[in-house]
Structure formats: structure tokens, C-alpha cells
Design a protein around this ligand. Structure first.
Ligand code: FPP
Length: 253
């Protein structure tokens, strides 16, 4: 039987010098970038950067948990990443299992729930199996939602949503007049999740790379030159502190 660690709302996050009860984003989305450059700088193969990137994932999960973020969506593999060399793809597809093998007990102890967005059925069977096991095991946890974007592409997601709505219109499940932004959102992978409040991208690149195009419409963006494998709680907290001072206007004044 798993033991749930109570969700203690202390004012000070671990290793944080800011008030974690004040204006913390509910949903943080991250484009984890720079693994290849991290490895190249050290004369290592690119996959060494991905391997190190797994540790950074856990650094950020711990930081998000400490700060009482509710949802953390991590861009782990895009629909465009299939264009990489096969050995690199094969390596990336083994990482979820490796991550879960090492960290699932800690995630369970901390009441973290695992989920995914993306075209799950098109992932290799071994990747699906490892992730499905973790999803099932953590399904009753109600702490941080750790949401991996795996084989995710935003344009594909939007296109699929349109096709499904058209089908539902055809069979009178929904009327064209009733379709609004909320109903459209229900057809996306992110159905049921609030939109990200904060988007972080590492490695100095400043683009969305087909990530959550609909959902990021009003999100705050934060960029850092830090390469993903060097991402830690301190850098994550810098982003949170910056977010705390943003004035979100949603198009108003
Ligand atoms: C982008 O860096 C990173 C990826 C495409 C893979 C991200 C994966 C991880 C961080 C590990 C995932 C871990 C789990 C648990 C699923 P890049 O390779 O494009 O770097 P570069 O721009 O420097 O070449």
C-alpha cells in the first residue's frame, strides 16, 4: 500500500527565497531544450545530454511540487522529433521507462499523478507500457499533475479536434451554433486542464515549436539561456519569481 505524504502548504518553498503562497502559476509548461548542445560542449554524444536531461526533469518536478504548482506539462517528444536519426529516437523512447524506474517511488511518495498528452498509440509498445503502468499506479494521486507531452504536435491536435467536432456535428451530438472556445477546448488533448499560466523555454531559443498553440494564447513566457540538463530548482524559482511580478491583462487594461 502506498503512503500519501500530506500536502503541507508552508510559506517558504524548499530552497526558495520567495513567498510560495503568493501568485504561483497553477500550470507551468516547459519546452526542455538544449540537451544536444549541453553534450556537444562536453565532447559527448547528443544522447548523453538527453540522459542528463532526465535528472533535470526530476529537479523541476521537485521544485514545482515545493512551490505548489498544480500542473507541470513537459514537452518531451514532438511529432517533428521523428525526423531525428533513428538511434537518437530509440534512445529518447527509452527515457520514460528509465525515468520511471528510478523515480516512480519518489513520485508516489509525493502524491504526484502522471499523465500524457499527444498521440500515445503511435509510441513504441515498450514506451506505452512503461508510461501506462505509471499512469495507472498514480491515477488516484491528487498532488502535482506531471503531464508529459509525448509525440505531441499542436497543429495535429487542433486538426484532430476539428475533425472530431465535424463528426459530432454530423451525428447531431453538437450544433454548430453551440461551438464556442470552451467546447472547442474539450476536443483537445488538454481537455479538463486549465491553460498554462507560465511557459518556460530553456537554451536561449525563443519559439513555440508547435507546442500548445491554442492553450498558450494568454500565457506569460519566460526564457533562459540555461541548457536543459543544467536546469535546477534555483532556475525554476527564478521563473516563478518573475511570474509573480507580471501583470496579466488578458487583452484588457
Ligand atoms: C530538446 O533538446 C530535447 C528533446 C527533444 C528531448 C527532451 C527530453 C528530455 C529532456 C528527457 C525526457 C525525459 C523524460 C522523463 C521523458 P535538443 O536535443 O533539441 O537540444 P539541442 O537544441 O541543443 O540540439
Amino acid at each position: 500500500m502506498s503512503m500519501k505524504i500530506p500536502f503541507i502548504k508552508s510559506k517558504q518553498a524548499v530552497n526558495a527565497d520567495f513567498d510560495v503562497t503568493e501568485n504561483i502559476p497553477d500550470h507551468v509548461a516547459i519546452i526542455m531544450d538544449g540537451n544536444g548542445r549541453w553534450a556537444e560542449k562536453r565532447g559527448l554524444p547528443r544522447i548523453a545530454g538527453h540522459k542528463e536531461g532526465v535528472k533535470a526533469v526530476m529537479n523541476v518536478v521537485r521544485a514545482a511540487n515545493h512551490a505548489h504548482v498544480k500542473v507541470l506539462t513537459l514537452y518531451a517528444f514532438s511529432t517533428e522529433n521523428w525526423n531525428r536519426p533513428k538511434p537518437e529516437i530509440d534512445f529518447l523512447m527509452k527515457l520514460p521507462k528509465e525515468f520511471l524506474h528510478i523515480y516512480l517511488p519518489e513520485l508516489m511518495e509525493n502524491n504526484v499523478k502522471i499523465d500524457t498528452i499527444g498521440d500515445f498509440a503511435a509510441l513504441p509498445a515498450h514506451t506505452q507500457k512503461a508510461v501506462k503502468y505509471a499512469k495507472d499506479k498514480t491515477k488516484d494521486n491528487d498532488g502535482l499533475l506531471l503531464n508529459f507531452a509525448l509525440n505531441y504536435g499542436s497543429r495535429y491536435e487542433i486538426m484532430q479536434a476539428i475533425k472530431q467536432i465535424m463528426d459530432d456535428v454530423d451525428c447531431n451530438k453538437v450544433s454548430v451554433d453551440a461551438i464556442d472556445e470552451d467546447i472547442f477546448s474539450e476536443y483537445l488533448y488538454t481537455n479538463g486542464l486549465s491553460d498554462p499560466d507560465l511557459l518556460i523555454r530553456t537554451s536561449g531559443e525563443k519559439r513555440l515549436s508547435n507546442f500548445l498553440l491554442w492553450q498558450l494564447a494568454y500565457s506569460e513566457f519566460w526564457f533562459t539561456d540555461v541548457l536543459w540538463p543544467d536546469m535546477d530548482e534555483k532556475v525554476f524559482n527564478e521563473a516563478l519569481k518573475d511570474y509573480q511580478n507580471r501583470k496579466r491583462r488578458y487583452g484588457g487594461i
